[in-house]
Design a protein around this ligand. Structure first.
Ligand code: ADP
Ligand code: MG
Length: 260
């Protein structure tokens, strides 16, 4: 049997995804997929469930119902009938390794250098030896333009640099897909560009990405498809030119009138 994933199988796919908090239904049957090498930008109003969708996809919380498929294989704690299966935490941890996540807040370890923040996942999660981990971490730091900052602590780095370290920390584990949750929303405006540039380079290099963002410019330039998420469901999905120039749904037109 071949290990290659057939081109027809999405890298990450959710179907009929449901999630409620205290009876408040946040995800109402989400259908969403990203193919290998594809970049999907997700736009949508605050409180519509975008972060919840990403957290469920990253297996940071269980879904109430629905399926999450990575390379065609079901992952996570819910079974086909939406029941919570008694997966061990260890099994989830293994599945999580293939999904990289970058948050609005970078949450680097303050007592570790940029290099050690990146190397930590390799030593702790993947059991890579310290010397090799640091070599690989350095290569990735170089990719995000921070080779010369390897010995700096987070407090000695700008917000944009810290977010680039956070991206490197996720990348070093060789994820099959990268999820970004408003990665530039916590940054001063003058620092947004350097982070978007790293993300655009990643996209151009073929990384599979789902990016929740308010950056219309990024969505236009880097995304293969743009999605409007609202009220716990996908409202509209199209190529950027189509999505921005010729939206089909009233809700999309209304949303775009506020962000344009
Ligand atoms: P978005 O990222 O689109 O702004 P979120 O996914 O963060 O939306 O939140 C969607 C809704 O779910 C909001 O009403 C939010 O208050 C609620 N919510 C999210 N996470 C939790 C939680 N852990 N406990 C209770 N309510 C939550
Ligand atoms: Mg959010």
């Amino acid at each position: 049997m071949s290990n290659e994933t057939p081109a027809t199988v999405p890298t990450l796919q959710v179907s009929n995804l449901h999630k409620a908090y205290n009876g408040n239904e946040v995800l109402k049957g989400v259908e969403f997929a990203v193919n290998k090498g594809q970049v999907k930008a997700v736009l949508g109003p605050s409180g519509s469930g975008k972060s919840t969708m990403l957290r469920l996809m990253a297996l940071l919380e269980p879904a109430d119902a629905g399926e999450i498929l990575l390379d065609g294989k079901r992952i996570g704690a819910s079974d086909a009938n939406g029941r919570i299966a008694h997966h061990s935490e260890r099994k989830l941890a293994v599945q999580r390794r293939d999904i990289g996540m970058v948050f609005q807040k970078f949450n680097l370890f303050p007592h570790l250098t940029a290099l050690d923040n990146v190397a930590l996942g390799l030593t702790d999660v993947q059991g890579v030896g310290k010397v090799e981990a640091r070599e690989r971490a350095f290569e990735i730091l170089d990719k995000v333009g921070l080779a010369e900052r390897d010995g700096h602590f987070p407090s000695e780095l700008s917000g944009g640099q810290q977010q680039r370290v956070a991206i490197a920390r996720a990348l070093v584990l060789n994820p099959h897909v990268m999820l970004f949750d408003e990665p530039t929303s916590a940054l001063d405006p003058e620092l947004v560009g350097e982070v978007l540039e790293v993300m655009e380079n990643l996209a151009a290099a073929g990384m599979t990405m789902i990016v929740v963002t308010h950056e219309v410019r990024f969505a236009r330039r880097a995304a293969d498809e743009v999605t409007l998420f609202d009220g716990g469901v996908i409202v509209e999905q199209a190529e950027p030119a189509e999505f921005f120039e010729n939206p089909q749904h009233e809700r999309t037109k209304q949303f775009l009138s506020h962000v344009h």
